[in-house]
Design a protein around this ligand. Structure first.
Ligand code: SER
Length: 388
C-alpha cells in the first residue's frame, strides 16, 4: 500500500466516524511558542486541547509534517527520520481513550490488514501522582492484545509545561521470526501509533492540574507504517524515498549510513527552507545550518569537489510538491548554494587559523571558546577539520 493510499484510507476511516479533516500547518509553530519546530500533530492544536472551541467541532483528523532534531544521532538507523508526517486524530472533550484505541485496532487490522498476532501495546502503569490507566488496559485485554505496563515511557508531554497525559502505544513486530519479548525488551517491536489521554496540564512548578476537558490525541508515523505495510525493513526503503534512492547514489557515492543521513537531512532542509526559514546562527536558522553542514561534511569526506550544485533538481521539485506546492524550487536551490559557499569560506578560514602554532597540540575548552568568539568557528566545524 503506497503512502498516498494509506493517508486516504486513514482520513476516510475517521471521516466516516464523524471527524473533520483540518489542514496541516507548516513546520513553524505560531509566534510566541517556545518550541522551534512543530514536533507533533497536536502542537498546532494546543489552544483547542486547552479548551478553546475548534470551529470544525470536537472530532478532527489531519496529516501534519513534523521535524524532530532531538534524535539526530539515531538518524541513519531503520526507524528515525528528522522530517516525517504524522497522521493524527483528536477528540476534543468528546469520546474517551478506549473508543480511540478500539478504532485504532480495527483500522490497523481490518483497514490496513496488519496481522493481530504482530501487535503489542504499552499502557501507563501509574505513579505516585496518577493511577494506572485501567480503561486502556481493559480495552486491550478484551481485544486479546498483549500489554506491557510502563511508567515514564507511557506519559506523553510536548515540553516541560502544557497539556500532557498517560498514553498507550501500539507496536508492530518487524522481524520474520515469531514475535517475542516486549516493546521495552526488544527493539524489533517498532512503535507506530500513540494514543494520548490528554487530560492534564503541567505547570511551571511541575504540578499537574486537570485540563478543562478530557481529550484524546493520537499520532501515527506515516513513513513507519508505510515501511511495515510495504514489507520493508527501513524507512529509507519505503516509497517516500523512491526518488531519492533512484537519483542520489548515482550522483554521490556514499556508504549506507551516510547516504541515509544525507537523504534525510537534505529532505528536511528543503522543507524547512520551503516553509520560510533561512540559515542563521540562532534558533530555527541554526538547526537548518547544522543539517546542511552535516550533509556538506559527509559529501566532502570522500570527495572534496562534491557539493549541492549536483543535487538533482527533480528532488527539490518532488519534495516541495508534496509539502509546499507554492514553493519556488529555484529560490530553495539558491539558499542551499549560498549556504554552501559560506560554509566553504568558513572551512578555509578555519584551516588557516588551526594551522597556527598555538593550535598544534590538543585543543582545550579555552581554545574552542576563542575559535568560536574570535573567528566564528563553531565547535563541530573545528572538530570536522581536526577530529580530537
Ligand atoms: N502527541 C503524541 C505524539 O506525538 C500523539 O500524537 O506521539
Amino acid at each position: 500500500m503506497r503512502t498516498d493510499r494509506i493517508v486516504r484510507t486513514f482520513v476516510e476511516y475517521y471521516e466516516e466516524r464523524g471527524h473533520r479533516r483540518i489542514t496541516g500547518s507548516t513546520l513553524l509553530p505560531p509566534p510566541g511558542d517556545p518550541v522551534l519546530f512543530t514536533t507533533s500533530g497536536m502542537h498546532p492544536l494546543t489552544p483547542y486541547l486547552e479548551g478553546r472551541p475548534h470551529p470544525l467541532g470536537r472530532r478532527l483528523v489531519n496529516v501534519q509534517r513534523c521535524l524532530r532534531t532531538t534524535d539526530l544521532d539515531e538518524v541513519g538507523d531503520d526507524t528515525h527520520l528528522t522530517l516525517f508526517e504524522m497522521l493524527g486524530t483528536w477528540s476534543l472533550g468528546d469520546y474517551e481513550g478506549p473508543r480511540s484505541l478500539g478504532w485504532g485496532y480495527d483500522l490497523l487490522t481490518e483497514g490496513f490488514g496488519v496481522d493481530p498476532g504482530r501487535l503489542h501495546v504499552t499502557v501507563f502503569g501509574g505513579d505516585e501522582r496518577t493511577g494506572p490507566d485501567t480503561a486502556s488496559l481493559e480495552l486491550w485485554q478484551e481485544r486479546g492484545v498483549p500489554v506491557e505496563l510502563t511508567v515514564e515511557d507511557n506519559w506523553w508531554s510536548n515540553g516541560p509545561t502544557g497539556p500532557c497525559g498517560p498514553d498507550s502505544e501500539i507496536f508492530l513486530w518487524t522481524s520474520d521470526t515469531p514475535p517475542e519479548s516486549t516493546p521495552t525488551g526488544d527493539d524489533r517491536w517498532v512503535e507506530v501509533w500513540n494514543h494520548v489521554m490528554m487530560r492534564h496540564r503541567r505547570l511551571d512548578d511541575g504540578s499537574l492540574v486537570p485540563l478543562p476537558q478530557r481529550n484524546v490525541d493520537t499520532g501515527l508515523g506515516l513513513e513507519r507504517l508505510a515501511t511495515l505495510l510495504q514489507g520493508r525493513r527501513s524507512v529509507f526503503d519505503c516509497d517516500v524515498f523512491d526518488p531519492w534512492r533512484e537519483t542520489v547514489p548515482s550522483r554521490w557515492e556514499l556508504d549506507g549510513t551516510s547516504l541515509r543521513v544525507v537523504c534525510d537531512h537534505l529532505r528536511s532542509a528543503l522543507v524547512v527552507i520551503g516553509d520560510g526559514v533561512r540559515p542563521s546562527n540562532t534558533g530555527r536558522g541554526y538547526v537548518l545550518r547544522r543539517l546542511l553542514r552535516r550533509v556538506l561534511t559527509l559529501l566532502r569526506q570522500d570527495g572534496p569537489g562534491r557539493g549541492l550544485g549536483d543535487l538533482p533538481e527533480e528532488l527539490v521539485r518532488h519534495t516541495l510538491d508534496r509539502f509546499r506546492p507554492d514553493g519556488d524550487p529555484g529560490e530553495v536551490r539558491r539558499v542551499l548554494l549560498d549556504e554552501e559557499r559560506g560554509f566553504l569560506r568558513l572551512l578555509e578560514r578555519g584551516r588557516r587559523v588551526l594551522d597556527r602554532p598555538r593550535f598544534r597540540g590538543p585543543l582545550t575548552e579555552e581554545d574552542f571558546h576563542y575559535l568560536h568568539d574570535t573567528h566564528g568557528l563553531p565547535r563541530e566545524l573545528v572538530l570536522g577539520i581536526r577530529p580530537c
